[in-house]
Design a protein around this ligand. Structure first.
Ligand SMILES: [Zn+2]
Length: 507
């Protein structure tokens, strides 16, 4: 099993200076490579008399659609009008076949290299001629180009937009097997980063159960701190997920703003409003204002930006920790976790403009909606769901996603659905006058939607409370499995791998 482990890196002053120096060069390197590919694409064949500025990336004739070695237009190395470039070796692939005869045959066929292949070769040349490039580990420079490739391939798959020029690069990556762990002590360990040296990091987990070499390792700068994340192979520790028929208890959770999580056993998890509480929001506004008062490009502005970034990083960490705690509480409550299938991106869209029919606009309470959106994002429901999914996966418990429609408006007694049923935290059915706590009621409805029916034992336990024995099971409603992965469009493709990469936790 591959998991991603994160540690806080503790570089000394010289090492930190080197790391920062690297990031500047790597940013320039990436932007240069992007410029080369983009300009090569844009300038092609526009004016046949002008000389070609960029050798790599300018490509063969688009209009006649002549393909040389079926290259993608953006990456074809042949110059326009089929002119072979002077540095021919750079633009062709060298065969890696060892057999002599096949190699000779292969050498007669010209295989054009991809843009990244060419740029990697150029980078090797740069390392001999440029000082700042020679200081950087060559594998790091190559992964830098490979990361740009990923950006391009994501663009071609229409996942994201065209790659941007970046003003700030905060991370770089080592290839598998390059990093070594040394000096594993009680509280710290050192990692040998090629090109930088032995760097200490906080040993926040047991390092002995790593199997084999370290895979990809990424060094990141966040809010003035340095972190290292390692992809490691460990023994498979995940148990099989319990089938729903065997589960003896279910907990429904309803996420909200007033109470962050309402559990179906009647308990609540408070919303701490990590970054939107009055005190923090005021402080953040002050920090932001301080930046906007400073002159652009000045050193004081940079200082102010750093202060804000540090504060934001602190808040993010606090939120992360709190979310783990809550996820643990939820998963420990019962055998099955039921949650709503919320479309959070749709919930945080800004208010639509209201036309008054005369070319003007009516009030649409945009500021109010923006404020609400901030609070919703601060609550980080999606993050909590992700963490619950991972902890449940480790405990072998199924997570079931149920449709969110009318969970807050439906009466549990008579089934009447009405907007008037709700008044803030109170639930009062207008049809049968049933009174309940709105969030707890919603969480119980969510729990019920899973389809597990339990025996009622009024004397000791509530019917919808967590610890009861099932009497029958209606299998038509849901399939078994960890639904936290299955129903989400983006995550459906490789259900488990993304979550391992995100939370490599075994403890
Ligand atoms: Zn009712």
């Amino acid at each position: 099993m591959q998991v991603r482990w994160n540690f806080k890196l503790l570089p000394n002053q010289t090492q930190e200076a080197t790391l920062e120096d690297w990031l500047v060069t790597l940013r320039k390197h990436r932007n240069y490579a992007l410029r080369e590919r983009t300009t090569g694409f844009e300038t092609n064949n526009k004016d046949s008399d002008s000389s070609i500025i960029y050798t790599h990336g300018s490509y063969c004739d688009l209009e006649s659609k002549i393909e040389f070695g079926s290259c993608c237009p953006l990456t074809c190395p042949v110059l326009k009008h089929g002119v072979i470039p002077q540095n021919f070796e750079l633009t062709t692939k060298t065969s890696t076949v060892k057999d002599k005869e096949t190699k000779e045959i292969l050498e007669t066929i010209v295989k054009w290299d991809s843009a990244s292949g060419i740029q990697m070769k150029v980078t090797t040349h740069l390392r001999t001629s440029r000082d700042n490039f020679s200081r950087i580990n060559s594998a790091v420079l190559q992964t830098n180009i490979a990361r740009l490739d990923t950006a391009f391939s994501n663009f071609y798959k229409r996942r994201i937009g065209y790659p941007n020029f970046i003003r700030r690069l905060d991370s770089f990556e080592y290839k598998p097997g390059h990093l070594q762990l040394r000096h594993i002590r009680k509280n710290y360990a050192t990692a040998y980063l090629p090109g930088i040296g032995d760097v200490k990091f906080l040993r926040s987990r047991d390092l002995t159960d790593i199997q084999g070499d370290l895979r990809t390792c990424t060094v990141t700068r966040k809010g003035g701190n340095w972190y290292i994340s390692m992809l490691v192979n460990i023994a498979d520790v995940l148990p099989a997920i319990k089938p729903l028929e065997e589960c003896k208890s279910v907990v429904g959770i309803d996420v909200g703003i007033n109470k962050l999580i309402a559990l179906s056993d009647g308990s609540f998890q408070e919303n701490k409003r990590i970054s939107t509480n009055k005190r923090t929001a005021r402080r953040m506004a002050m920090r932001q204002r301080a930046i906007s008062r400073k002159l652009k490009g000045s050193k004081n502005r940079t200082k102010a930006v750093k202060k804000l970034a540090k504060q934001q990083h602190k808040l993010a960490q606090r939120r992360d920790g709190y979310d783990w705690q809550m996820a643990k509480v939820v998963v420990d409550t019962a055998d099955v976790v039921a949650r709503e299938n919320l479309n959070i991106p749709n919930m945080v869209k800004r208010a639509k403009p209201k036309h008054d029919g005369k070319g003007g606009y009516k009030r649409n309470n945009a500021a109010q909606k923006t404020g609400l959106n901030k609070v919703i994002l601060d609550a980080s429901w999606g993050d909590i769901f992700d963490k619950i999914a991972w902890l449940a996966l480790k405990a072998g418990k199924p997570v079931v996603e149920v449709p969110a429609k009318y969970t807050s408006l439906e009466c549990p007694k008579c089934g009447h659905i009405d907007k008037k049923n709700r008044k803030g935290e109170k639930f009062l059915c207008v049809a049968c006058h049933h009174v309940d706590h709105a969030d707890t009621k919603a969480s119980r409805l969510i729990g019920k939607k899973v389809g597990l029916v339990f025996l009622k034992n009024k004397k000791t336990l509530r019917a919808d409370c967590a610890k009861v024995t099932p009497s029958s099971y209606q299998s038509i409603v849901v399939e078994t499995g960890n639904h936290a992965f299955g129903n989400n469009r983006a995550r459906a493709r490789n259900s488990d791998s993304w979550i391992f990469k995100r939370y490599g936790r075994t403890s």
